[in-house]
Design a protein around this ligand. Structure first.
Ligand SMILES: [Zn+2]
Length: 667
């Protein structure tokens, strides 16, 4: 799915600076100094604004607004810790803007994120306000012997949609092979559903339920290596998604008495609507989805439609077949009045279909909107390799919620970009929703993860694919623009690698997207060899297609290709909350000689990463920092700053120098 839209950002704060009420209180002699500070802010000379404020504030030390303004200026130097100190001073001096709490209280920040997502979760103050770990999280997220003892190779799922009661009923036959001698196995289905039958060889099975876990006791040891099948029948009322896709469940949209139904369940779990072995570590090799919908509706699911049959009682059955491994959370259904159109994508090894399912009222809009699809696929095939699910084809389906990467049946919401200005950040011709969700067919669906702790791989690579798309299509300056846009949304709430075995909600706050992509960008800058970096990415894909990868697999892969140990870098960006901090100081003497001192702090001794500086506003220079102090000297310098996501000229940025980090300054 795409990143949650963070409702606040540093730039909103900056925008509110002009609305301060201190102006009327200024003493006459201070007005020009104040105006100079404001004008420095306007031209984004944040260093000068801070220095100006430092001498201005002592005369007005009880005015919280001034600390706030200085905090905003520091924030835009990425001097985040300095900014926090100023925001705390601002609050203590009576500054009342509520948004200030985003920057000084993690509890407030996480609380607001949860509120925006309509999630009611207890937070653990001893674990940086992460959600409290409940028993049900372990039942859902942990790999116990009852799960590792068998390997699912096929699901035959039937789901009937009953829109009037907003309920579903169905059955699933689970085909598996035991991998160890076992008597008990765990499958999963949320406790809200009634199990009407659970059988093996036509005989009822004995089972107990614990939260979403169904623990089946076969009453005998089944030896390793046996092929088995069990069939479970169930019915019930699915959760109505409070905020899909991030806080998922079913969506029952209705217009003029016609339904448009969908489901999004990433992180929530596929067992929120169908019984399965609900752990990311086990995908079936293929699968059937029989979707039963009332007469007159289309039933769309993953893979290819094999048949449509009247099953009586006012229902048609749409049988879909997925001929590749598929994540449980990617299995999906859509029920609506869809019309279908298609096109073909041709590459060196042949062609495959791209199918679109859209509501009739949007057909014209959709045809125009989807003129982008082939370009996007073409660029990703070049960057990563062939589209991984060619037999099933590409599918894009109009959904009653924002995007979700359902394999071969991607959910596309948002009225084809018209409702929100196509949501892109560089051109009107491409919508990053399509780019992002298509990227997941390579990253997340073909190369998949086995635990939500590693979801940064799905979303970091998915988001970085947007950067690469911009670069391929529009050139390196546009890559920089997309990177900057993402950097400015990083919150640094928790490390982007989550906790294992608890179905960790690593999606909260969006750092696995933006910081995950920033990490890959920074790695590229460090390696400083684009063809090598791009081969690393492509080969990581090709080596792991249809497989499950971990964070360590990627770290090892990078080491194999570079013969360099980047453990310090990866630890910093993947396993720590805050980014590295560049400790800087500089002076420009009367003869215009610049002396700039810098070193990375909060890092191990082996840490090394480039960044760029700008002299005289127009000359950008790439420097490489380490944990040891270094000095850079330069002649004929009138001005100096560090380009970052708030202040940069994309055409001037030298290759592999635009990294994400924090700074600290002596002023
Ligand atoms: Zn995504």
């Amino acid at each position: 799915m795409r990143g949650v839209r963070v409702l606040f950002c540093y730039l909103i704060l900056a925008g509110s600076v002009s609305a301060q009420n201190i102006e009327s209180l200024l003493m006459a002699g201070d007005r020009s100094a104040y105006n100079e500070i404001m004008s420095a802010l306007q031209r984004k000379d944040f260093i000068e604004a801070i220095i100006g404020l430092n001498s201005f504030i002592p005369g007005y030390s009880s005015y919280g607004d001034l600390y706030f303004i200085r905090g905003v200026a520091r924030m835009q130097l990425n001097d985040v810790e300095g900014a926090r100190k100023d925001f705390i001073l601002a609050k203590a001096s009576g500054y009342k803007e509520e948004n200030i709490n985003f920057f000084i209280s993690k509890e407030y920040l996480v609380g607001r994120l949860l509120k925006d997502l309509k999630m009611e979760i207890k937070l653990d103050s001893l674990r940086e306000y992460r959600p409290v770990i409940e028993s049900r999280d372990t039942i859902q997220g942990a790999l116990r012997p009852e799960r590792t003892c068998f390997d699912v190779y096929f699901y035959n799922l039937t789901v009937k949609i009953l829109p009037e009661s907003k309920s579903i009923q169905g059955s699933n036959t689970i085909f598996f092979r035991t991998t160890a001698d076992t008597r008990i196995i765990q499958i999963d289905l949320f406790p809200r559903y009634t199990i009407t039958s659970l059988k093996r060889d036509g005989k009822d099975l004995i089972y107990t339920r614990n939260y979403g876990g169904i623990f089946i006791d076969f009453g005998e040891i089944i030896p390793a290596g046996k092929m088995e099948e069990i069939t479970i029948e169930y019915s019930g009322i699915p959760i109505v998604a409070p905020k899909p896709p991030w806080n998922g469940g079913f969506v029952w949209e209705q217009e003029k008495k016609r339904y448009n139904v969908g489901v999004a369940c990433e992180h929530l779990g596929a067992s929120s609507w169908w019984p399965n072995k609900d752990h990311l570590s086990d995908k079936p090799d293929s699968m059937i989805i029989n979707l039963q919908v009332p007469y007159g509706y289309q039933g769309i699911s993953n893979g290819n439609l094999r048949s449509q049959t009247d099953v009586g009682s006012g229902y048609n059955n749409f049988e879909w077949f997925v001929s590749y491994p598929i994540n449980n959370y990617n299995v999906t259904i859509y029920m609506g009045d869809f019309v279908n159109f298609s096109e073909e994508f041709t590459n060196n090894s042949g062609k495959y279909r791209i199918d679109y399912y859209v509501l009739p009222k949007n057909l014209k809009k959709a045809r125009e909107y989807y003129t982008q699809t082939k370009d996007v696929i073409g660029i990703f095939e070049k960057a990563f390799g062939e589209y991984p699910f060619r037999t099933d084809g590409v599918g894009l389906v109009e959904a009653p919620f924002e995007g979700m990467e359902h394999q071969g049946a991607i959910a596309i919401g948002g009225e084809y970009g018209k409702s929100n200005n196509r949501r892109d950040y560089w051109t009107k011709d491409y919508d990053y929703l399509v780019i992002h969700e298509l990227a997941h067919e390579w990253w997340g669906n073909a190369v998949a993860i086995g635990d939500m702790a590693d979801a940064w791989i799905n979303e970091g690579f998915g988001t970085y694919s947007e950067f690469l798309f911009a670069e391929e299509k529009f050139g390196y300056p546009e890559y920089i623009r997309v990177a900057a846009s993402n950097f400015s949304s990083i919150l640094n709430i928790w490390p982007i690698v989550g906790e294992r075995n608890i179905n960790s909600n690593t999606f909260l706050g969006g750092d696995i997207y933006n910081k995950g992509a920033a990490m890959l960008n920074n790695l590229r800058c460090i390696i400083n060899n684009d063809s090598l970096f791009k081969r690393i990415i492509k080969d990581f894909y090709l080596k792991n297609i249809y497989r499950i990868v971990t964070t360590d697999d990627f770290i090892r892969h990078v080491r194999d290709y570079t013969n360099t140990d980047y453990t310090g870098f990866f630890n910093k960006f993947l396993y720590e909350t805050d980014p590295p901090v560049l400790s800087c100081s500089y002076s420009i003497d009367r003869k215009n000689n610049l002396t700039f001192n810098y070193r990375w702090t909060r890092v191990g001794p082996d840490f090394s990463m480039p960044f760029c500086i700008a002299v005289n506003n127009k000359e950008y220079i790439r420097l490489n920092g380490t944990s040891f102090p270094q000095t850079f000297s330069y002649e004929n310098v009138n001005s100096f700053f560090l380009p970052n996501e708030y202040r940069y000229e994309k055409e001037l940025v030298p290759p592999n120098s635009f990294t994400y980090y924090w700074t600290t300054w002596p002023f």
